[in-house]
Design a protein around this ligand. Structure first.
Ligand code: HEM
Length: 915
């Protein structure tokens, strides 16, 4: 096997579930190694503990400053304790000492390889909510606090800098105030609690906590409109931590403040008579745990979209508590793993992994799995829990930010407004929430992408950030500088220290020739000088689906687990007694989608079918889609399909000529066989490529005994189209109707006037359309012949499936199917539309919701043909004369022109053979 510096476990996934589980074991093993070798404590706990008294309340509640979580070491994880390290302190030195602090010049790093320069590279598997979420989390976990004015770091602006000549000045990080002076390594303290305790909402000290509480019914302070109070001078909200503020953070703080209050309401209803303090404490526990769960099983699998990771994160969470049903999700996989241990060794060999598992597989695996499913008592593996400098370093994810926010109306994909992010900062954020509306902002964030975590993708606004009292700063230069200042090793040493292989050449990182040249010249051809952040962003080889690379991930494996397994409230005390039973249910049963929907009900439809709020909102077709109600399916297809992809003014595609060559066998078979509402990947519409889509109801006229959906269907979609460019082979209208059914597949029927259409009459309502048309001798298209490949009656669509099912999903009693139906245009429409050449879609989009489009007639006379065309025509006339009105097709929306309506929606044809 070729030597590669990169981890090989991702290759295991190609061996199916067993490989995935094997990879999981490798990760568990890596975590064990990290727990053993990479945790270094930098705090003098005895001094910190001396003044702490843990009272009765702290036994079952999180304290404001994070003390008393670990009763034997009460300062552990609390505010104002030092960051620990994940690399050996013996190898750590702040680079001021080495003389390398400014090599290479941080501003040059920023200019050359960080700058986005207007060329935004999106992370298309995520939405922009993921960006604000992670900053929101980071603010729960850590911050180094205000910097010091003493002895600023200064460096020259490189030649040609847009800021001209001169120097850039950066304040130093404020060192640990308790430092004794003889410590070999500089330490810094966290000004937030290290715990995952919602301190960004609740504060990290009693005073802040008092400010955010209303002291009524356990709630946080909001005004009558659910808005947070604001600080008088800055205009920023009063909340637990409000630094680096912008509208994305404001949305998060509002959402989870409202969530806290909803939890408090629930608790009060279940526990009448409990005090404000009791309600507050419980609501905080529940809200914090919900945020931790959302991060673990939703955000992380979204940014690291890999099957191994999804399982790892599920195991991280559902190992915590009692026997929740959800915990069993991957139980079968685990059983399979246990039964197939023999095969694993050879799989590991194949991808070059030496795990040592072969020696005593069972015990190793048990150990690994026990680690994965969490510990029932908090376990800090002998090192007091704190976050670390290296952890801070890997969360420097500023490239996730865009430079502007695109605002859309709910359900639309047309940009209404673009707002530069610097105009959404501080007090401006609060104005925006009011002006734009929080629901529109959530929708807009849901459908736009964050930036990808790569080089040359650093937001332009952050490279020129105006900070109150500080002036203009370049965050990219600062990010690089901070790691050097705080003694985070450079990239290659960082990898060695955390059990990864060092790279041996610049080419290991990237194949982009321009970037390679820049990296080599910047770092003077010395790979050991590559800055940690630069190396991490440069990593081109990433496990499949990973939004960031393996170096960051290694730090993450350790700390993400530690945040949970060391915390009493996620282990021993994650119980009904401490949280209340309803509280545990709240955590377990709610997702980010539920939270958003609860507080912004107007987004319910946009969220239909979304199983992960951090993935781009849109038309996802989950496995259980067919089980949904007819209404939910219609909403989903309509809002997330049609509305979201509707064309902007002036961008409606022209109607293409028919693509006879595209009517290949496979397309035709799909048309008659696939049971789906959305076209399978690669499916194209060679005929009827463009149309207009509307929501419709089939309202039965009563008085007939055609069964099933013919008795009425409230949730339908209607597509009106023409076969192809009318100037090519004439105007040939067609109709496709989809009637949705609760819990069952939809039923569809299509109808035409004739195969070759109505010549140069461009009125789409000029003629009746029917599910049966007669084969034509000189039909120019030859479709009859083509359709004969898949059906013996190529010009007939039967409707027996439609008659077998009622819209509530029940089976129709005595099934009766019309042989032929006729869509007879509403005379008002027929008489008002021009016959002259024009785009029929303009007629349709002008029709208001609630318009009757067609009277629908049906007959059960047998369809007969004769060798004499005039006899066949007579049969047809007789059938038509026997038809009675069975209902009306009425629009429930306006018609839209959309990508989904053109290429996404799929209408199955029911063949004669399948009746
Ligand atoms: C508009 C949005 C943002 C602004 C204005 C902003 C600004 C800042 C500033 C001013 C700092 C301190 C710089 C220093 O050390 O002197 C900082 C640090 C940091 N930011 Fe951001 N940031 C934003 C978004 C984000 C996002 C989305 C993330 C994602 C994880 C993030 C992660 C971090 C981290 C990890 C630090 C280091 C904190 C520490 O040193 O304790 N930031 N940011």
């Amino acid at each position: 096997m070729a030597m590669t510096p990169w981890v090989t476990w991702p290759a295991l996934t190609k061996f199916g579930t067993l490989g995935v589980m094997g990879a999981l074991l490798v990760l568990a093993g890596q975590r064990e190694d990290l727990l053993e070798n990479n945790m270094f404590d930098m705090e003098s706990w005895d001094e910190k503990n001396a003044s702490i008294v843990c009272d009765e309340r702290s036994l079952t509640a999180r304290t404001e400053d994070g003390t008393c979580n670990i009763l034997e070491n009460p300062a552990e994880g609390s505010v104002h304790t030092n960051f620990g390290r994940n690399v050996d302190p013996a190898s750590v030195y702040a680079e001021n000492a080495s003389g390398n602090l400014l090599t290479p010049n941080p501003r040059e790093v920023s200019n050359l390889i960080m700058s986005r320069g207007g060329d935004f590279k999106p992370a298309t598997t995520l939405n922009f909510i993921a960006t604000s979420w992670i900053q929101f989390m980071v603010h729960d976990w850590f911050d180094h606090g205000p910097r010091t004015d003493a002895n600023p770091i200064e460096f020259p602006l490189p030649p040609g800098d847009v800021l001209g000549s001169g120097t850039m000045s950066v304040q130093r990080t404020r060192p640990d105030p308790d430092v004794s002076g003889d410590e070999s390594v500089v330490t810094y303290e966290n000004i937030n609690t290290h715990w995952w305790d919602g301190s960004q909402l609740y504060g990290s000290d009693k005073d802040t906590n008092d400010e955010v509480r209303s002291f009524v019914d356990g709630k946080l302070e909001v005004d009558g409109n659910g808005r947070l109070p604001t600080e008088f001078l800055s205009g920023k909200p009063v909340t637990g931590f409000n630094e680096n503020w912008w509208v994305g953070l404001s949305m998060m703080h509002h959402l989870f403040t409202l969530e806290h209050n909803a939890i408090a309401d629930m608790l009060k209803a279940n526990n009448p008579g409990k005090s404000d303090q009791w309600l507050f404490d419980k609501a905080r526990l529940i809200n914090s745990a919900l945020m931790a769960k959302i991060h673990t099983v939703e955000w992380t699998p979204a940014i690291l979209a890999n099957p191994v990771l999804e399982r790892a994160m599920y195991a991280n969470w559902w190992g915590l508590g009692g026997d929740r049903d959800t915990r069993d999700k991957f139980q079968e996989d685990l059983d399979m793993l246990n039964n197939n241990l023999g095969q694993l060794g050879s799989l590991f060999d194949l991808v070059g992994i030496d795990t040592g598992l072969g020696d005593s597989p069972t015990s190793s695996i048990e150990h690994a799995l026990a680690g994965l499913v969490g510990s029932r008592t908090p376990n800090n593996y002998g090192v007091p829990y704190t976050l670390t400098e290296e952890f801070v370093s890997v969360y420097r994810m500023h490239p996730l930010l865009r430079d502007e926010i695109k605002v859309y109306d709910i359900g639309s994909n047309i940009v209404d407004q673009e707002i530069p992010i610097q105009d959404t900062r501080n007090g401006d954020a609060e104005d925006l929430l009011g002006d734009v509306g929080q629901d529109r902002l959530w929708y807009s964030f849901g459908i736009t992408h964050p930036g990808a975590l790569t080089l040359n993708n650093y937001p332009d606004f952050l490279r020129n950030l105006s900070m109150p009292l500080i002036g203009d700063i370049d965050m990219a230069a600062i990010d690089v500088l901070r790691d050097r200042e705080r003694g985070v090793p450079r990239y290659n040493e960082f990898r060695r220290q955390i059990g990864l292989k060092p790279i041996t050449r610049f080419e290991d990182l990237t194949s982009d020739p321009e970037l390679l040249a820049d990296l080599k010249s910047l770092y003077n051809n010395d790979i050991e000088m590559i800055d940690t952040l630069v190396g991490q962003l440069a990593e081109e080889t990433r496990p499949e689906g990973f939004g960031f690379g393996e170096t960051s991930f290694q730090i993450f494996i350790l700390n993400a687990s530690r945040r949970l397994m060391t915390d009493r409230f996620f282990t021993t005390d994650y119980t009904d007694e401490v949280y209340t039973a309803a509280g545990i249910d709240w955590v377990e049963d709610n997702t980010m989608v539920d939270v958003i929907r609860r507080h912004f009900p107007t987004l319910a439809t946009s969220l239909v079918g979304m199983d992960n709020a951090f993935k781009p909102w849109g038309l996802n077709m989950p496995d259980d889609y067919q089980d949904w109600s007819a209404q939910a399916k219609q909403d989903h297809l309509w809002v997330n399909g049609a509305l979201r992809t509707s064309y902007e003014e002036g961008e409606v595609p022209a109607i293409e000529p028919i693509d006879i060559g595209g009517l290949i066998n496979s397309v035709l078979w799909k048309k008659v066989q696939d049971v789906t509402d959305v076209a399978p990947p690669g499916y194209s519409k060679p005929i009827h490529p463009r149309g207009a889509l509307a929501k419709v109801q089939f309202q039965s006229a009563g008085g007939h005994d055609y069964s099933g959906l013919f008795q009425g269907a409230d949730h339908g979609l209607l597509r009106l189209s023409v076969t192809g460019d009318p100037s090519d082979r004439g105007f040939a209208p067609g109709l496709a109707l989809k009637l949705l059914v609760d819990g069952k597949r939809s039923e569809n029927v299509s109808a035409l006037y004739t195969l070759s259409g109505q010549g140069d009459n461009h009125n789409i309502f000029a003629n009746e359309l029917s599910n049966y048309v007669q084969a034509e001798v000189n039909e120019t298209l030859g479709t009859t012949a083509l359709f004969s490949l898949v059906s013996t009656k190529p010009t007939l669509l039967v409707m027996s499936d439609m008659a077998k099912v009622n819209q509530d999903g029940s089976a129709a009693g005595s099934v009766k199917t019309p042989t032929q139906i006729y869509f007879v245009p509403n005379p008002t429409l027929r008489n008002t539309i021009s016959t002259a050449p024009h785009d029929f879609r303009d007629d349709l989009t002008a029709i208001p919701a609630g318009t009757k489009l067609y009277d629908v007639y049906g007959t059960d006379m047998q369809i007969r043909k004769s060798i004499w065309p005039w006899v066949t025509a007579r049969y047809a006339r007789e059938r038509r004369n026997s038809a009675v009105k069975i209902g009306e097709l009425v629009t429930q929306s306006e018609f839209t022109l959309s990508q989904f309506g053109d290429t996404g929606i799929f209408f199955k044809h029911q063949r004669y053979e399948d009746r």
